[in-house]
Design a protein around this ligand. Structure first.
Ligand SMILES: Nc1ncnc2c1ncn2[C@@H]1O[C@H](COP(=O)(O)OP(=O)(O)OP(=O)(O)O)[C@@H](O)[C@H]1O
Length: 691
């Protein structure tokens, strides 16, 4: 911290190396880097000392892990400067404070702050202050870096009514893409910051047009919550759910760059991977399996197998047998069943726990009888009685152990089982649609992705699913009701950040509004917050894609782009794809930055061959999590959530024709480019895009 500078010159962005301000800031940068190195050395030494002092193996392992984590959190990536901005506060009598804002706190040897973490309350004005509402700031300074060197700064003298022209924001956005997504801590915008800093207890749904920063905001919110509620969330955990591996691969470095290494990042498929997925459902079958009514069918299939006790049971306890009469057995079973029907997953008695509880109730009944006749059986004897062959045999008949996969396999292949569970819920045609021939065994079943979600639901009925303190779910507009339930089960008492865009909805479940998804996720009261300023896509490209909106999402307001670039869009009719494709991709690949050649899924091999034949090898992006090449051929079905400096759309009509929500898919495809979009079309463009 230092005294507030008194200079009140105008906003400035160009500087020479002799500029004294630049020299002072560079000195602060050196100080911050030294202090960070000192903190790292101290963290390392403290844990070494504790471990060397001879603590036991477990503690030393824990400390080792804690040290590794702390060191990781402190690790200074040489390409990432310790701060990116600075605030100068004003005070009535002239003396204010200066804070440098960076990715994490940095202190000097005496414990004085050198850099303030961007998530600290003191950093908030850096993101929120405007000339109209300076929030106590007289100046906001943003720094420009080149190759780790501090090369420029941009001052906004907010108290004097001056705001910057956003040059550094534009430079940041236009920096050529290569590799995975970057964090946006240096340039989070006020409307984004409001969502990032929403309280932990508040679930938030962000309806945001393409490139408005939904994914970035969701990830920064996770980092903010972990910083602000570290203790609580360290226990309960944070989960990020994305649509597929390719997407996760693209985003998974953002949180570690922000120092948060303990967030689980996964897909719905991985979350529900109880069984190996080897087959694909016909679209109508997949739709039905994703329907929320399947939850009811599964619940009935599971709990419906509980039988009425038919006879008394003789429970052995400490050398004698005690008769538990059938009427009492019925009462025990009924009580437990009732507790299994409680709506709240956290309060509900799950099936497996109910079975254990039943065995214990029988043992306790016998214990009471023995006590009434003057005996005093021990807890161990009572527990032994609960595990006795007699009690187990009773439970096996009345409350049999159930395996979730076997339950679903039986439901989908045994007409009688399905009819019993689905009566009054699914009609005959729907039941017929679900049925398939039984496999040789449960293990040999050709499971589909939708089956895996059903098995997860069944597993969640049998045993309680561990929940997280906060869940961020991206591309949520595509979730089926059953997938929503799978995520809701992981939520426990925690809160949600739901990210998505109804206009980019491409699954058969995709709703026209957020209410059903939010209800399915177990948080129906969640407020929907729009983001409409597009950061990724230049205005010309966004306006072009927005022409599809009246057809695909009539209720949504079109987004506006923060920047325009007259050369950003080229729509070119071609008679044959080969020549123009090679020419365009060749030219784009010669410039820095990533190039995505997007086409219909079944055209991927052909497009890759055309490029290879033209001497432009481009790897096909797949869903195995492998990183994308700088020039990649991308199946339209995988492009959601990704972005490239330049995008070439090969044959948009084929993309539209490939699926029922083809126009929505095309909208997604058209909104992936940061700098340049080239559309090569042979057939008719969709009507809104012609002319
Ligand atoms: N405040 C910001 N400063 C700098 N870059 C930003 C900012 N907000 C968003 N961006 C950039 O804009 C691009 C789009 O962001 P992001 O992928 O989070 O948007 P999205 O709304 O999830 O998009 P989509 O719906 O198309 O997947 C990213 O490159 C991101 O880094």
């Amino acid at each position: 911290m230092s005294a507030t500078p008194t200079d009140t010159t105008a906003t400035t962005t160009t500087h020479t190396s002799t500029d004294p301000v630049l020299a002072a800031e560079r000195a602060h940068l050196v100080l911050a880097a030294d202090c960070l190195a000192g903190m790292r050395a101290a963290a390392s030494a403290v844990v070494d000392a504790v471990v060397d002092a001879g603590v036991d193996a477990w503690a030393s392992e824990r400390l080792g892990a804690a040290r590794a984590e702390r060191l990781r959190a402190l690790a200074a990536d040489p390409g990432v400067p310790p701060f990116f901005g600075r605030t100068d506060t004003g005070a009535p009598h002239g003396a204010g404070e200066t804070f440098h804002i960076g990715r994490r706190h940095v202190r000097d040897a005496a414990g004085r702050p050198v850099v303030i973490d961007w998530r600290a309350p003191m950093s908030r004005p850096f993101y929120r202050a405007t000339a109209a509402d300076p929030q106590g700031l007289v100046r906001r300074r943003r720094f420009g870096f080149s190759g780790g060197e501090l090369t420029s700064y941009e001052d906004e003298l907010l108290a004097a009514g001056q705001e910057g022209d956003g040059a550094l924001l534009r430079a940041e956005i236009e920096r050529p893409r290569s590799g995975p997504m970057r964090d946006i801590v240096a340039t989070i915008q006020p409307e984004q910051d409001e969502i990032v800093r929403a309280p932990l207890a508040e679930s938030v749904c962000v309806q945001g047009a393409p490139g408005t920063g939904k994914t970035a905001v969701g990830l920064h919110r996770a980092a903010y919550l972990l910083y602000t509620h570290g203790g609580q969330l360290a226990r309960t955990g944070v989960l990020v759910v994305g649509p597929n591996r390719a997407f996760l691969r693209y985003i998974e470095q953002v949180l570690p760059t922000l120092g948060e290494v303990d967030v689980d990042q996964t897909t719905v498929a991985e979350l529900t991977a109880h069984v190996p997925v080897r087959a694909q459902d016909a679209p109508d079958v997949a739709v039905l399996k994703g329907d929320a009514r399947m939850a009811q069918v599964l619940e009935r299939a599971l709990w419906g197998a509980i039988a009425k006790p038919a006879d008394d049971v003789l429970v052995p306890l400490a050398g004698r047998r005690y008769r538990v009469p059938v009427e009492r057995l019925k009462r025990h079973v009924d009580d437990l069943r009732r507790r299994g029907r409680v709506a709240d997953d956290q309060q509900r008695l799950h099936y497996a726990a109910g079975r254990e509880r039943l065995a214990l109730l029988l043992a306790e009944d016998a214990r009471r009888q023995k006590e009434e006749s003057g005996g005093s059986p021990t807890d161990a004897e009572t527990r032994r009685a609960a595990r006795s062959a007699e009690v187990r045999a009773f439970c096996d008949v009345v409350w049999p152990a159930r395996d979730p996969a076997a339950l679903v396999a039986a439901l989908l292949s045994d007409p009688a089982v399905l009819a019993r569970a689905a009566r009054g819920v699914l009609d005959d045609d729907e039941q017929a649609l679900l049925l398939r021939l039984p496999a040789r065994s449960v293990r040999a079943t050709a499971w589909t992705a939708a089956d895996a979600v059903l098995v997860d639901e069944a597993a969640g009925l049998v045993e309680r699913t561990a929940g997280y303190g906060h869940v961020v779910v991206d591309e949520a507009q595509d979730l089926s009701p059953m997938q929503c339930r799978a995520i809701a089960r992981r939520l426990a008492a925690g809160s949600l950040t739901v990210l998505g865009d109804l206009a980019q909805a491409t699954s058969p479940w995709s709703p026209a509004e957020w209410a059903p998804t939010l209800a399915g996720l177990g948080r129906p009261q969640t407020a929907v917050r729009p983001l409409t300023r597009g950061y990724r896509v230049p205005g010309e490209v966004l306006d072009y894609a927005n022409r599809l909106l009246p057809l695909i999402a009539p209720g949504l307001h079109p987004a506006t782009a923060v920047r325009r670039d007259p050369g950003a869009l080229e729509v070119r009719p071609v008679a044959d794809l080969a020549g123009p494709l090679a020419e365009v991709v060749g030219a784009l690949a010669a410039a820095p930055g990533s190039v995505g050649v997007v086409c219909a899924d079944d055209a991927v091999a052909r497009v890759a061959r055309l490029l290879a034949d033209a001497g432009l090898p481009a790897a096909v992006l797949s869903d195995d999590g492998a990183p994308a090449d700088r020039v990649a051929v991308v199946p339209a079905s995988l492009v959601k959530g990704l972005e490239f400096d330049a995008v070439v759309v090969a044959d948009p009509a084929a993309i539209v024709a490939a699926e029922p929500r083809g126009l929505n898919r095309l909208y997604v495809v058209l909104t992936r480019a940061v700098s340049t979009l080239v559309v090569l079309h042979r057939d008719d463009l969709p009507v809104p895009l012609t002319g």
